[in-house]
Design a protein around this ligand. Structure first.
Ligand code: C2E
Ligand code: CA
Length: 577
């Protein structure tokens, strides 16, 4: 028979006798009984001996009512308790159950069956309650931790940060928030697969943890973003020492399955209270500073300061207003012709976005595109322009306007989206055309980022009949030879080089070099930003015949572009007549 060890807390001797007698007659289990008659001895005995249940009279010589129960619950929160009440004392019994007892028994109404039933129910109820609490605790821990690295997650970080701020308000503690973003992690993840990516993140988490003190907090708030809180900052100079230490640790290669992987990190640092009074402000300041560190060339740290915050605020305002602009059709697409001078014809045009801002008037893209290069909005805008250009091409085709190719600018973030090709196909389906009319202009920087994913996108585009053009070529870092790795269709020479084509012998030679190599690689060359007849003549003399620029036309709204086109065709017909 099972033993159920009972602690009976009762100062009324006849009641003790009655209970002992009942329990000795029990058949369902055996009930070894320990009896004490005061709260003080009860607490003492509970400290040293294990029991399965407490039968507790609330009116003792040294304690009365619910207070007695509270003290016992406090000392042994997982032990079941059945409260013993007197005649007509149902109210106390109910209160006791509300305050942590599992059941109550009226001593004057007691039977053996009732007593046994109550003991077993109380034990079962408490067991379920304890299990439920363990589950809840586990759930809480899961909700607060990043399962990959075991570090606190964003939720835990913000809770921690709120508590640290409260503490710092009382103690005047200074602390720093490090917003850390890994450099080149996406390249490893995309090219080597998520398993390797996961191992890198685990190693990074471990390195950060071991670089900082126990009292500092290291958390992973998403993808390859981490936030560390450096506690008790005495000297600001210490902060840069810690930042350099982290950067140095991150630069050491990560060895996985005998292969070395190289990453790095950019860190933005916000100090409390200088750069923010609450969690949101501090994280925002550190995040903005991190962007600056990244823009300055990675493997760097940047302290937050008000100027950076102002920039971030502007970025935020632009993002908010652009969301509205997309919803209210405030964006427009203009078209700038690209002329082929050797056959005196219009080849195509470039689609360029404009914003008819309700307060600020007509905005050119330089006023808003740079602010959203890192945000998902650039993708929405890219898709908007693609769709608009597609429908425009279809209208022109239906109007019997000569078939033109349209070039659309695609930001690196957009091009790198894993579903980029799929989304493009969806847009072409909406338009009801294939890709025969479309060229995508991508930046040199994208080509330097030689990942299998980018290459795969380029190959799929080629198979769809879509051209790929390298924009603003000649001022960045890409060499023409690096272009041979990609199935490109053209390069667009940057305006800066074109500006100097007439005046600088070196730039003139450079353009000639580009043209010669492009010929070998079978790439078309377009000269952008051409403003004068002299420039046209110089370019033509080098056999560069694809020209875009104000010399022919500024970017035009669709009706004006159509007018330009008809006019050009009329003039052309006149000349050939
Ligand atoms: P970009 O791709 O280099 O586009 C050419 C820019 O040069 C256009 O400025 C155009 O108006 C300007 N331009 C063309 N010919 C001449 C000329 O002879 N002289 C001068 N001074 N400028 C000339 P815009 O439209 O202001 O666009 C600026 C930049 O904004 C673009 O540079 C492109 O990087 C970006 N952009 C424009 N539309 C889009 C878009 O739909 N998506 C994305 N991601 N970026 C866009
Ligand atoms: Ca362009």
């Amino acid at each position: 028979m099972r033993d159920i060890r009972i602690l009976l807390v009762e100062d009324n001797q006849p009641d003790v006798g009655l209970l002992e007698e009942y329990l000795s007659l029990a058949t369902e289990a055996s009930y070894p009984l320990t009896h004490v008659d005061s709260l003080a001895t009860c607490l003492k005995v509970l400290n040293s001996t294990d029991f399965d249940i407490v039968l507790l009279d609330l009116g003792l010589t040294d304690s009365h009512g619910l207070q007695t129960l509270m003290e016992v619950v406090h000392q042994v929160p997982t032990l079941p308790i059945v409260v013993l009440t007197g005649l007509d004392d149902i109210k106390t019994g109910i209160e006791a159950v509300k305050n942590g007892a599992q059941d109550y028994l009226n001593k004057n109404d007691l039977t053996l069956a009732l007593l046994e039933k109550s003991i077993h129910h109380a034990i079962e109820r408490k067991r379920m309650l304890v299990d439920l609490n363990i589950l809840k605790q586990r759930e809480h821990e899961l909700a607060m931790h990043d399962s990959l690295t075991g570090l606190p997650n964003r939720l835990a970080l913000t809770t921690n940060l709120e508590n640290i701020i409260l503490h710092a308000k009382r103690t005047l503690e200074k602390f720093a928030v490090f917003f850390i973003d890994l450099d080149h992690f996406k390249v490893i993840n995309d090219s080597q697969g998520h398993d390797i990516g996961d191992c890198v993140l685990q190693e990074v988490a471990q390195r950060m943890r071991s670089t900082l003190r126990e009292s500092d907090i290291v958390s992973r708030i998403g993808g390859d973003e981490f936030i560390c809180i450096i506690r008790d900052v005495v000297n600001i100079a210490d902060i840069s020492v810690i930042a350099r230490k982290i950067i140095a640790r991150m630069q050491q290669p990560v060895n996985i399955k005998l292969q070395d992987y190289y990453i790095g990190c950019s860190i933005g640092i916000a100090l409390y209270p200088r750069n923010g009074a609450d969690t949101v402000e501090l994280i925002k300041s550190a995040d903005s500073a991190m962007y600056v560190a990244k823009e300055q060339g990675r493997n760097q740290f940047q302290m937050a300061h008000p100027k950076i915050n102002k920039l971030a605020k502007k970025r935020f305002n632009v993002e908010r207003d652009l969301q509205r602009a997309l919803a209210h059709n405030e964006l427009e697409v203009y078209y700038q012709p690209i002329v082929r001078t050797d056959i005196n014809n219009i080849l195509g045009c470039e689609a360029l976005v404009r914003w008819d801002h309700p307060e600020e008037g007509f905005l050119l893209p330089d006023n808003f595109i740079p602010n959203i290069e890192h945000s998902g909005l650039i993708i929405q805008i890219g898709e908007y322009v693609l769709r608009e250009a597609g429908f425009r091409w279809k209208t022109w085709r239906d109007l019997d306007i000569p078939q033109l190719r349209i070039a659309v600018n695609i930001s690196p973030l957009h091009f790198k989206q894993p579903n980029f090709i799929h989304r493009l196909k969806v847009i072409l389906d909406e338009v009801g055309s294939d890709g025969c009319w479309l060229d995508l202009e991508i930046s040199e920087a994208l080509i330097l980022d030689l990942t299998p994913q980018i290459l795969d996108h380029c190959e799929q585009l080629k198979a769809m009949g879509i051209g790929i053009s390298i924009d603003d070529f000649g001022t960045g870092y890409a060499s023409l030879s690096s272009l041979r790795n990609y199935p490109l269709s053209s390069v667009k020479i940057d305006k800066e080089l074109i500006d100097n084509a007439v005046t600088s012998e070196n730039d003139n030679k450079f353009i000639k070099g580009i043209l010669a190599l492009a010929k070998q690689l079978e790439l078309k060359v377009i000269a952008a930003g051409v403003e004068t007849l002299e420039q046209v003549k110089t370019l033509n003399s080098m056999e560069c015949n694809r020209i875009q620029g104000f010399y022919y036309s500024k970017p035009l709204a669709p009706p004006d572009f159509e007018g330009f086109l008809l006019n050009f065709m009329r003039e052309r017909a006149k000349k050939s007549a």
